[in-house]
Design a protein around this ligand. Structure first.
Ligand SMILES: [Zn+2]
Length: 264
């Protein structure tokens, strides 16, 4: 899959590289946080009364229980494994840890803005739950909107983030249109507030539809899954492991959720 994703962005990428070199990467986070902080200072809680679901993919001890991971669960279209261990960087930094860290930053941002937050796991030192259970936890919580947080294990030469979108299959029929709108909000916010580039190896222009994932097949609220970058790529891995980048991704997801719920 080869697409020219970068035609419109070389200038921006050069600027970002320069900023990073100057140690100003945090300014990007500050931009998103400043918007949220000024809202907060004005006494406004734009997410008051909202329930937000966060599914940080995998779990830190999944690797200890292969038979649990091999359990077959119904994903809304077919049987699949309960879950996997997730991927990791060449240096051994795990996707489960990355997903959990971003989720933790995101939860804090959302709570500060008045939301109630539901997570599908409570720590990064457990096993499970299975992917169908994760979907059910968020469905039962009646979340207004949800995000599945992952990072990919792609070919080492490929970089960037991809937004995975649901395909209508029955349970999710009523939230396809809204999920596609959420996908656009997440895509725009990640480009605006983080240093992650659009994927150059997966999907098209940072988007791909998937009909084989429980989290997307079984959802009854607007939901997308974001592969924040490619942990098997050295440049992406260097970014994904940094707390400042993780915070910027959380800030971008917060901005996207606020925008999505504002309805435009
Ligand atoms: Zn994953």
């Amino acid at each position: 899959m080869h697409h020219d994703h970068h035609a419109s962005r070389p200038g921006r990428r050069r600027i970002l590289a320069g900023l990073a070199a100057a140690g100003v990467a945090l300014a990007l986070v500050a931009t998103a946080s400043a918007a949220a902080a000024s809202t907060e200072a004005a006494g406004l809680k734009p997410l008051a009364g909202k329930i937000i679901g966060i599914d940080p993919g995998h779990n830190g001890l999944n690797w200890t229980d292969p038979s649990f991971l091999d359990r077959q669960v119904w994903n809304g279209r077919e049987w699949e494994n309960c879950d996997t261990t997730g991927t990791q960087t060449a240096g051994g930094y795990t996707e489960a840890r990355f997903n959990w860290n971003v989720a933790t930053y995101l939860r804090a941002d959302l709570i500060r803005l008045g939301a109630r937050v539901v997570l599908t796991r409570t720590s990064n030192h457990g096993v499970g739950p299975c992917v169908n259970t994760r979907a059910r936890i968020l469905d039962r919580a009646r979340a207004n909107v949800s995000i599945d947080i992952h990072a990919d294990g792609g070919p080492p030469g490929g970089r960037g983030f991809t937004i995975l979108e649901p395909v209508a299959d029955g349970p999710n029929d009523r939230v396809i249109g809204s999920s596609l709108r959420l996908a656009r909000d997440v895509h725009a916010a990640v480009l605006r507030y983080t240093k992650m580039p659009i994927s150059d190896y997966y999907g098209h222009n940072g988007y791909i539809t998937r009909n084989d994932l429980a989290g997307l097949n079984l959802t009854t609220m607007p939901k997308v899954l974001i592969e924040c970058g490619n942990m098997r790529n050295a440049a992406d891995a260097a970014l994904l492991g940094r707390p400042a980048v993780q915070r910027s991704i959380a800030a971008a997801l917060t901005a996207a959720i606020i925008r999505f719920l504002a309805g435009r």
